[in-house]
Design a protein around this ligand. Structure first.
Ligand SMILES: [Zn+2]
Ligand SMILES: [Zn+2]
Length: 244
C-alpha cells in the first residue's frame, strides 16, 4: 500500500503547500483522505487518473479539507466520466454541505445542477463503517466546537493507517496509534499556543509513548516550517510517496 501526499499544507497556504489530500493506493483500491481545493490538480500532477478513485473520506468540513470535491464532480461530468459512483463519506452534514458547495460553485438557474453518480455515507464517531470495502473507524477529535471533527483509523487488507484530521493533541492518539503501520498527524504549530491544533511541544513530549510503526507530520504552519531542522519525525512534502 502507498500513501501519496497530494497536499500537506494548512488553510493559509503556508510554505506554498497544497491543501489537504492524502491518497492511499492499494492493489485494487484508491481512496482519498480529505480533499482540499487543490486535490484534483495534485492527483493529475502525480499522473493518477481520477476515474480510478473509489472513495473520498472526509475528516471534517473545513474548506481546506473538503472544498476540492466539486472539482472531481465537474471532471466526472465534463471531462472523464466515471463508470461507477464515487463514494463520499464524512461526518454528519457532509452530503448537505458538499451539495451546497457544488451548487454555489457550478449551479445556476432555478434547478439544482445534477451531481455525477455519488453515494454519500455518514461517519458517526466510534461506529466502524465499511466505505467501499475500506474499514473506517471514525472518532471524535477536539477541533471544532459545534460541528463534529473526526480522526480516522483506516484499515485495508491488514494495513492500518491513523489520520488525526485537524485536532489539538488528545490522549486518544496514543491509544489509536498503537500498532498502526502509519500515523499521519497534523502538527500546525511549533510552540504551545491557543488554537485547536497539535503543537510540536505536546507531540514531542508524547513521542516515547507513540507505538506506531511510522509517524509522518503534516498540515504544518509557518512556525513549524521554520523549525523543520529540529523535528524528530518525518515531515510530509507535497508529491511524497510513502510505502506502508
Ligand atoms: Zn486544516
Ligand atoms: Zn480544520
Amino acid at each position: 500500500m502507498k500513501l501519496h501526499i497530494l497536499g500537506c499544507g494548512d488553510a493559509f497556504g503556508s510554505g506554498g503547500r497544497h491543501q489537504s489530500g492524502y491518497l492511499i493506493e492499494a492493489n485494487d483500491r484508491l481512496f482519498l483522505l480529505d480533499c482540499g481545493a487543490t486535490a484534483l490538480l495534485s492527483m493529475k500532477r502525480a499522473s493518477i487518473d481520477p476515474r480510478r478513485l473509489d472513495a473520498i473520506i472526509l475528516s471534517h468540513l473545513h474548506g481546506d479539507h473538503f472544498a476540492g470535491v466539486p472539482f472531481f464532480f465537474i471532471d466526472y461530468l465534463y471531462r472523464q466520466p466515471k463508470s461507477d459512483p464515487l463514494v463520499v463519506a464524512g461526518p454528519p452534514g457532509t452530503e448537505e454541505k458538499v451539495r451546497q458547495l457544488f451548487q454555489l460553485m457550478y449551479g445556476g438557474g432555478s434547478n439544482d445542477k445534477e451531481l455525477p453518480p455519488t453515494c454519500f455515507q455518514v461517519l458517526i464517531p466510534d461506529q466502524p463503517t465499511n466505505v467501499s470495502g475500506i474499514e473506517v473507524v471514525p472518532f471524535r477529535v477536539p477541533h471544532q466546537s459545534h460541528e463534529i471533527s473526526l480522526g480516522l483509523a483506516v484499515g485495508y487488507k491488514g494495513k492500518q493507517v491513523l489520520f488525526s484530521g485537524d485536532s489539538m493533541w488528545t490522549e486518544t492518539f496514543i491509544e489509536k496509534a498503537r500498532g498502526v503501520d502509519l500515523f499521519l498527524c497534523e502538527c500546525s504549530f511549533y510552540n504551545r499556543q491557543p488554537g485547536m491544533h497539535v503543537n510540536y511541544q505536546d507531540l514531542e513530549a508524547n513521542l516515547p509513548r507513540l507505538e506506531c510503526k511510522q509517524l509522518v507530520l503534516t498540515h504544518l504552519g509557518e512556525e513549524m516550517l521554520a523549525h523543520q531542522n529540529k523535528l524528530a519525525a518525518t515531515v510530509a512534502v507535497d508529491g511524497m510517496v510513502i510505502e506502508i
